[in-house]
Design a protein around this ligand. Structure first.
Ligand code: SAH
Length: 414
């Protein structure tokens, strides 16, 4: 149960109201906390300049270049903090591989085809997709295919290189946009970038699986005086601890990020996610392509979803920053708004429906062979209705369309 406490604390220039969303106590977490260099860094920063936004807190905890959670950890899998669908079953990636090819076909079989994945984790999803591409060589023909990965973590990019290439690749020198490059096990050129802005132009199919939930959110609380931003501050009673407070005056973010027709009491907004979607939208509108966004999410209905995970358990977001995963559900209605009218958005639908539409049941039942996949792509119109092909054109798109699909039951399917 979440509570809103209105305990006032006066600071030299700005006043803040304490905002508490969950109560935690765990001595092992305190031990972790004393080891967290980000915790110390944030305490110094807040002491010097005052409370920081939740977005800034999340950005530091997850992607601080020295000690950020994603930068220095391998968090995926049974020994890590959370597990994702591509890590559970190869069928997930295989179906997405078929989806990519069906989008490319529906868009007129462009001569070039960039497969772009945002936040590829250990590279398992890309690996399963590339296996499908290799098996469907006859369908793809002479198409000039390349693979582009946007990854902030040097450590994870190393795992991805080990998973996807034969020679592991070598990082490039300096701060070049392409910080690593090589050739995939299936013989395709592959490139790593830190920022989506650096992806080359051209027909692209973008995939983002559990990526947007890691992009920082601002949190806002409706108050008697209007919308106010929730910030992170030092607990005056325990200077080593952090706590949430509500700003007493509007911040720049609270002035510009709340929609006029907003009727919730508490909202989370991810402007950086909006900018990324705008970039995808522009590229798809101009060069053709599609995007599939799969994440825990909602359609503009949920309120307080910011949470932490450590060792597969819920974890207090304000303790041991940099040592636990922080995540917020993706607001698909916001992302859709950010696309404007440039492209068509479909969904969100549950991951269960998407995978069912893609034929996961028959895939599971008969473990369809590679050959069958080729047949289904080439001859899908010949399949009788009661025996649907593996390749289901659930979302046939033209070359200027864009699809957004959410999933609220992510781990129930695979
Ligand atoms: N897609 C994978 C991994 C999900 S974890 C899977 O489903 O298994 C989130 C991934 O996004 C990690 O690879 C992380 O390093 C990356 N990431 C997080 N924030 C990022 C950012 N701002 N820019 C680029 N990559 C980021």
């Amino acid at each position: 149960m979440r509570t809103l406490l209105r305990l006032k604390r006066v600071m030299p220039e700005v006043r803040w109201t304490m905002w508490q969303n969950r109560s935690w106590s765990n001595s092992s977490i305190q031990r972790l906390e004393s080891n967290s260099s980000i915790h110390k860094h944030l305490i110094s920063k807040i002491t010097a300049t005052g409370p920081i936004s939740v977005a800034e807190y999340m950005r530091e905890a997850l992607t601080n270049p020295v000690a950020g959670y994603y930068v220095k950890n391998d968090m995926l899998g049974a020994g890590g903090d959370f597990i994702t669908s591509p890590e559970i079953s190869q069928i997930f990636g295989e179906l997405l591989g078929v989806w990519c090819i069906s989008e490319w076909m529906a868009a007129g079989k462009s001569n070039t085809f960039q497969l772009v994945e945002l936040g590829p984790g250990r590279g398992s999803l890309a690996s399963d997709i590339l296996r499908v591409f290799s098996q469907l060589k006859t369908v793809l023909g002479e198409t000039d295919i390349s693979v582009h990965l946007v990854e902030v973590s040097p450590k994870l990019s190393q795992f991805q290189a080990e998973c996807l290439t034969v020679d592991n690749t070598q990082p490039n020198d300096g701060d070049q946009p392409v910080y690593r490059s090589g050739t995939t096990r299936t013989g395709l050129p592959i490139y790593w970038y830190r920022r989506i802005e650096d992806i080359p132009r051209g027909f692209s199919v973008f995939l983002a699986h559990e990526f947007f939930d890691a992009i920082p959110v601002h949190k806002f609380q409706r108050t008697e005086k209007g919308w106010r931003e929730v910030m992170v501050d030092i607990d005056p009673e325990s200077p080593e601890k952090l706590r949430f407070v509500v700003s007493h005056s509007p911040t720049l973010a609270s002035s510009i990020l709340i929609q006029k027709d907003e009727n919730r009491q508490h909202v989370e907004v991810c402007p950086e996610g909006g900018v990324i979607v705008q970039k995808l939208t522009n590229q798809i509108a101009e060069d053709g392509g599609a995007a599939l966004i799969v994440d825990y999410g909602h359609d503009g209905t949920k309120t307080d979803t910011f949470r932490g995970f450590k060792g597969h358990q819920l974890h207090n977001v304000l303790e041991a920053p940099g040592m636990a995963d922080l995540t917020a559900d993706v607001d698909f209605s916001y992302l859709r708004k950010m696309t404007g009218n440039e492209v068509t958005c479909l969904g969100p639908i549950t991951q269960r429906s998407f995978l069912k539409n893609m034929g996961i049941d028959s895939r599971l039942q008969v473990r369809m062979t590679t050959l069958m996949s080729v047949c289904s792509l080439q001859k899908h119109s010949e399949f009788p209705k009661e025996n649907p092909p593996l390749c289901i054109f659930a979302f046939p798109l033209s070359d200027t369309q864009y699809s957004v699909h959410g999933a609220d039951d992510l781990n129930q399917v695979c």
